[in-house]
Design a binder for this molecule. Structure first.
Ligand SMILES: Cc1ncc(COP(=O)(O)O)c(C=O)c1O
Length: 388
């Protein structure tokens, strides 16, 4: 086990001690692939002819098709969005007013805060009650049973989080969606902290909508988000954020003849942003060629090693110990007395990259992370905690 300050450029460059997959995904060929996508876009966009839009839109369509394949979404049920928050906004802004007014929207207290901020604002305007299922005192994730016990027929929409960003708790999507069906609520899933590492299939169990983005475990760029909407629900959706690209034919410009496209294109609005799709497309293509069970096994093995090392140091585990209930990250609690910024800084100086939310240290091992990286993490964490 090596200790102390960085002694190896290779370690820094190789990402052995990179634990930030919950934030930005990394893999060996990432720079080359993003560059390849962006330079293809740069070239087509800078060519003084009239082929820019057909080519750019074709790239966007390939991005959509890659995402569809990834989560098994039917043709015409998925479109792009800037980020997860805007995807959820588009969806809520499309639902019939009567569906939401006076009814509840159910969400867990450990959903991604940005989505809660959005829903809290929309609750006032759309007249729904935002019901937030709390954490039990001292617990790190909202229990599925607590979510279920607050969920009955007056819930118009429930938003689930596949894996939480604070504990990496992986919820039991199958039983939650089954409950949605039994009480007649719409149900959507934020898969941002799972996609790219854990499988997700919008058909099994069938969900009403899915929101996500490409920059975390998938390793794409920011700005490359998606919204999926079940085909049977699409016809009931009239997105308030709409524009010429929401139409079957964007060039239908008669002011009194606006008509939504029949499929998920109705969630488009103004001129689509393509750059993020272009930068991310080669990454999605790379991802589709990988052996997903090997990648997951690598993550699981290093996660077990992290848990064993945290146990040995007496650091409480914040994430579920049970593998089946855990996403790709392992969160551990540092003593309350610790200056977490100082700890993160000391780890950084040794080529170990992680982050903290409050006193929770978030560790996400991925494609580049190695056993030596985990050893280095714990050697230096021990030093940081014992010699503050
Ligand atoms: C569970 C989850 N949802 C959503 C997001 C990102 O949302 P947005 O793309 O709106 O910033 C994150 C980012 O960490 C996340 O962990």
């Amino acid at each position: 086990m090596t200790a102390g300050p960085v002694d190896s450029e290779t370690l820094l460059k190789g990402g052995a001690g990179y634990f930030l997959y919950h934030s930005i995904g990394m893999f060996r060929d990432k720079a080359r692939l993003i560059q390849q996508g962006l330079s293809e876009y740069t070239n087509l966009w800078s060519k003084p002819d009239d082929s820019q839009w057909p080519q750019a839109l074709a790239i966007r369509q390939k991005f959509i098709d890659r995402w569809r394949a990834l989560i098994h979404a039917d043709a015409g049920t998925l479109t792009t969005s800037d980020n997860v928050t805007t995807a959820l906004y588009s969806l809520f802004g499309s639902l019939p007013a009567a569906m939401l007014k006076g009814r509840r929207v159910l969400v867990a207290a450990d959903c991604f805060p940005s989505l809660h901020f959005l829903l809290a604002g929309l609750a006032q305007r759309c007249g729904f009650i935002l019901d937030t299922v709390p954490l039990r005192p001292g617990e790190a994730w909202v229990r599925d049973e607590d979510f279920l016990s607050q969920w009955n027929g007056d819930v118009a929409v429930a938003l689930l989080t596949q894996c939480t960003s604070t504990a990496s708790y992986r919820s039991d999507i199958a039983s939650l969606v089954a409950h949605a069906r039994s009480v007649g609520s719409l149900v959507g899933v934020d898969i941002t902290q799972g996609v790219g590492l854990l499988p997700f299939d919008v058909r099994a169990p069938e969900v009403d909508f899915t929101v996500s983005t490409s920059l975390k475990w998938l390793g794409g760029t920011s700005g490359a988000g998606i919204l999926h909407v079940r085909s049977g629900l699409l016809s009931q959706c009239s997105p308030e954020l709409r524009g010429w690209f929401s139409q079957e034919n964007p060039f239908s410009w008669a002011l009194d003849a606006f008509e939504y496209a029949s499929d998920a294109r109705r969630f488009d609005h103004g001129t689509p942003s393509i750059v993020a799709c272009a930068g991310t497309l080669p990454v999605l293509e790379w991802h589709a060629q990988q052996n997903q069970s090997e990648r997951l096994a690598h993550n699981r093995r290093l996660a077990s090693k992290i848990i064993a090392a945290a146990d040995a140091m007496g650091l409480p585990l914040v994430s579920p110990r049970e593998e089946g209930r855990r996403g790709g990250s392992v969160m551990i609690r540092l003593p309350a007395s610790v200056d977490t910024r100082e700890v993160i800084g000391r780890l950084r100086a040794t080529g170990v990259y992680a982050d903290c939310r409050g006193s929770t240290l978030r560790l996400s091992p991925g494609d580049l992370t190695t056993d030596a990286g985990v050893d280095r993490l714990f050697t230096n964490l021990r030093l940081a905690l014992t010699n503050p």
